[in-house]
Design a protein around this ligand. Structure first.
Ligand SMILES: NC(=O)c1ccc[n+]([C@@H]2O[C@H](COP(=O)([O-])OP(=O)(O)OC[C@H]3O[C@@H](n4cnc5c(N)ncnc54)[C@H](OP(=O)(O)O)[C@@H]3O)[C@@H](O)[C@H]2O)c1
Length: 256
């Protein structure tokens, strides 16, 4: 589908990759942009980018009532961008499975990074199917295809979202509606917290994603290092996994 003329809804559009999508949607001629954020006080600055095309909505994607209410008010959405996400607890042990005090962090990350975006798809896709056109872009992570030991729960949730995205694609077969998963690599945001020149800006990332989506790609590897990591992982998944284990080995945390 074409970005030009679309009516797009972006989750987590107040900063980072989501704000980059909003800016590039304007640049590429989107007709309307529904900018959503869980903190409504962050929305006026986003709407001010182009008040004639942007409308702001408070939306915590984990809140079912808010999801339903926003969906009712934005039912002409033709492009849903599920961007909002979390990396999980500040405490690395809690982001692992065996060292964690409980699976509470894993369940929260699973909710926000997997079930909530899929619930969003379930709300918006039926109208798109009725119209016979539309699209969804789910922002996953390159971490959806391997386990970064320090962010094991995040990778598990993104991996599950990647498979659910494929499941939805099968459901959408023949409907004229498209869904793509984006295996994002390095993008300079608060989440990546690494100020290296290698990382893409959110706008550069959004342009890569839209170019690939318009070209018909449905497994999109965008952002610094994403295609290279995919190729390295696929060449020898076991060796790649072992390197990650060694990279995050912490002798102070030996079990004995
Ligand atoms: N940056 C990278 O290198 C990178 C790499 C791979 C994948 N990604 C993915 O890209 C997406 C955006 O991340 P980012 O790098 O832009 O991170 P970020 O700067 O931390 O932004 C995360 C966004 O998600 C929002 N959010 C979190 N939980 C939410 C909820 N329950 N409801 C609504 N919004 C919520 C945040 O809102 P608040 O401002 O209210 O917290 C914020 O707008 C995420 O899905 C992330 O996993 C990023």
């Amino acid at each position: 589908m074409k970005i030009e003329g679309c009516v797009a809804l972006v989750t987590g559009s107040n900063r980072g990759i989501g704000l980059g999508f909003v800016k590039v949607l304007l640049e590429r001629g989107a007709r309307k942009v529904y900018a959503t954020a869980r903190d409504p006080s962050s929305l006026p600055d986003v709407v001010a980018l182009d008040p004639s095309r942007i409308s702001g909505f408070a939306l915590d994607i984990d809140d079912e009532a808010q999801r339903n209410s926003v969906a009712e008010q934005t039912d002409d959405t033709s492009l849903l961008i599920n961007n909002a996400g979390i990396s999980g607890s500040e405490n690395e042990d809690e982001r692992r499975f065996l060292r964690a005090s409980s699976l509470e962090n894993a369940r929260q990350v699973m909710e926000t990074d997997c079930f909530s975006p899929i619930e969003m798809c379930r709300l918006y896709l039926p109208d798109m199917i009725k119209r016979g056109e539309g699209g969804v872009i789910n922002i996953l992570s390159i971490g959806a295809i391997f386990c970064l030991p320090s962010h094991a729960s995040y990778c598990a949730a993104k991996g599950a979202q990647a498979i659910m995205t494929m499941g939805l694609r099968a459901d959408l077969d023949g409907t004229g509606v498209d869904i793509a998963g984006v295996y994002t690599g390095g993008v300079r945001t608060r989440m990546s917290a690494r100020d290296t020149p290698m990382l893409l800006t959110p706008e550069e990332h959004a342009r890569e994603v839209f170019d690939a989506f318009e070209a018909g790609e449905r497994h999109i590897f965008a952002g610094a290092g994403a295609p290279e990591m995919r190729d390295t992982i696929l060449a020898d998944p076991g060796a790649f996994e072992q390197r990650q284990i060694e990279r995050f080995r912490n002798p102070e945390k030996a079990w004995d």
